[in-house]
Design a protein around this ligand. Structure first.
Ligand code: NAI
Length: 411
């Protein structure tokens, strides 16, 4: 194997597909990348060709990068998923081929929190029913059943990135905030922790869910939990479709146990625009349905593009993988002027690092910094050394039987 050598003049090619927001370009240019853009999803021959030519590939959620594609891309250094999810990439194969995958898991946090706040207000005011009435030509001006949110209690289930933002915004509107989480979380502002979900359900005027999809959260709000809620209170699910049993929620809406509901996520969502959508919630009063757009704003797209472009640049410049989703997390500060940075991915078996040290020491090459991390099968080490005069040393490192991939950067 010839080590991939990178110096100040190297310009890696990044192919960006699916209209990744253009703010990515400035960040990547700054780091020395050459950028090529492809309009739609990468598939078929264009995908093959991109993977043959590019050192970096940037996609969103439509391009599928599967095992064979990764195995046929010897020059590929990293994949950027300019989105939240990464299941469009075969992460396992990428890891075993030494290719880290980066994403931006929390860049749309604020967008989801803002939609949730808007929905809280709209549910308490029955805004969508009033609006639909006017679209049908029915004027019905009345204060009955419309309420301010000030002084009302919001119960937040899952106090992570999104839940805690909702907490701050809701409190700014004069709401009392309760939250429930399985992990210990610092309450923001005057929020109160409730150890039992049941207590939160019983005390809240509106419950909003911000938990991940896990076996524990699967169907966590069903008939029993809905019955625990205050009569006429509201429910919001902008988390995952699996969290709420919607048939039970539809019954609760019909009986008046639930006063309103907003849902952005569903157990089965159409894969393409224009495909038919069906849910037991359709046609019910005071129900807001949105097509999984909680995190879909131009600001979020911009934030995602910046975050992923920065992660790719840092990986190119410093070898940093601490934010990769499928890779040992290694981070070293910038290399010092005149030094060599060796970025070595190898199979996680005993003795490799020792042999690397011995090889370098045998040629009198001093190591000034080192950081190694491993997953079950793969190890990644960054070594900063003084300049290596003999290219055979680097070749020997690259040709160790355990080596998966190696890159060398001269500062
Ligand atoms: P996060 O990981 O920052 O927070 C999740 C919180 O839920 C954590 O504090 C965790 O401890 C807690 N949690 C986990 N299991 C729990 C349980 N059984 N009971 C109580 N708490 C539990 O995640 P983030 O970014 O706040 O996202 C929350 C949800 O929102 C996720 O399901 C995510 O997929 C979804 N989401 C939806 C979007 C949309 O477009 N509608 C966009 C972005 C995220």
């Amino acid at each position: 194997m010839t080590p991939h050598t990178q110096d100040k003049q190297s310009a890696p090619l990044a192919i960006l597909a699916e209209n990744v927001h253009t703010v990515a370009d400035a960040v990547l240019h700054e780091a020395g990348f050459t950028i090529e853009r492809i309009g739609g999803a990468l598939e078929g021959e264009p995908l093959r060709s991109a993977l043959q030519r590019a050192q970096f590939i940037g996609i969103r959620s439509k391009s599928q990068i599967r095992r064979l594609s990764i195995e046929e891309a010897p020059g590929l250094l990293a994949i950027g998923c300019f989105c939240i999810g990464t299941n469009q990439v075969d992460l396992d194969t990428a890891e075993h081929r030494g290719v880290p995958v980066f994403n931006a898991p929390f860049a749309n946090t604020r967008s989801v929190a803002e939609l949730t706040i808007a929905e809280i207000v709209c549910l308490f005011r029955r805004t969508f029913d009033q609006s639909s009435g006017l679209h049908r030509g029915e004027w019905d001006k009345s204060a009955e059943g419309s309420h301010e949110v000030r002084g009302r209690t919001v119960g937040i289930v899952g106090y992570g990135h999104i839940g805690s933002q909702v907490s701050v915004l809701a409190e700014a509107m004069g709401m009392r905030v309760l939250f429930h989480d399985i992990a210990r979380k610092l309450p923001l502002g005057n929020a109160h922790f409730r150890a039992k979900l049941d207590e939160l359900l019983h005390e809240s005027d509106v419950v909003t869910l911000h938990v991940p999809s896990t076996p524990l959260t699967d169907g966590m709000i069903g008939a029993k939990q809905l019955a625990r809620m205050k009569r006429g209170s509201h429910l919001i699910n902008n988390a995952r479709g699996s969290v709420v049993q919607y048939a039970a929620a539809a019954d609760a809406l019909r009986s008046g146990q639930l006063g309103g509901l907003a849902a952005d996520v569903f157990p089965e969502e159409p894969l393409r625009n224009g495909e038919r959508f069906e849910s037991p919630l359709q046609g019910l009063t005071n129900v807001i349905l949105t097509p999984h757009v909680g995190g879909s704003t131009e600001e979020a797209q911009e934030a995602i593009a910046l975050e992923v472009a920065e992660k790719l640049s840092r990986f190119w410049r410093d070898g940093s993988t601490s934010s990769a989703v499928n890779f040992p997390g290694v981070d070293l500060p910038h290399q010092r002027v005149g030094e060599l940075r060796i970025m070595h991915v190898h199979r996680n078996v005993p003795g490799v690092l020792g042999r690397m040290h011995t090889l370098l020491a045998s040629r009198n090459v001093n190591i000034s910094a080192e950081f190694l991390q491993s997953t079950r099968d793969v190890s990644y080490v960054i070594l900063d050394t003084e300049p290596v005069q003999d290219p055979a040393v680097l070749r020997a490192l690259a040709e160790m039987p355990e080596t998966i991939r190696m890159r060398v950067a001269r500062s």
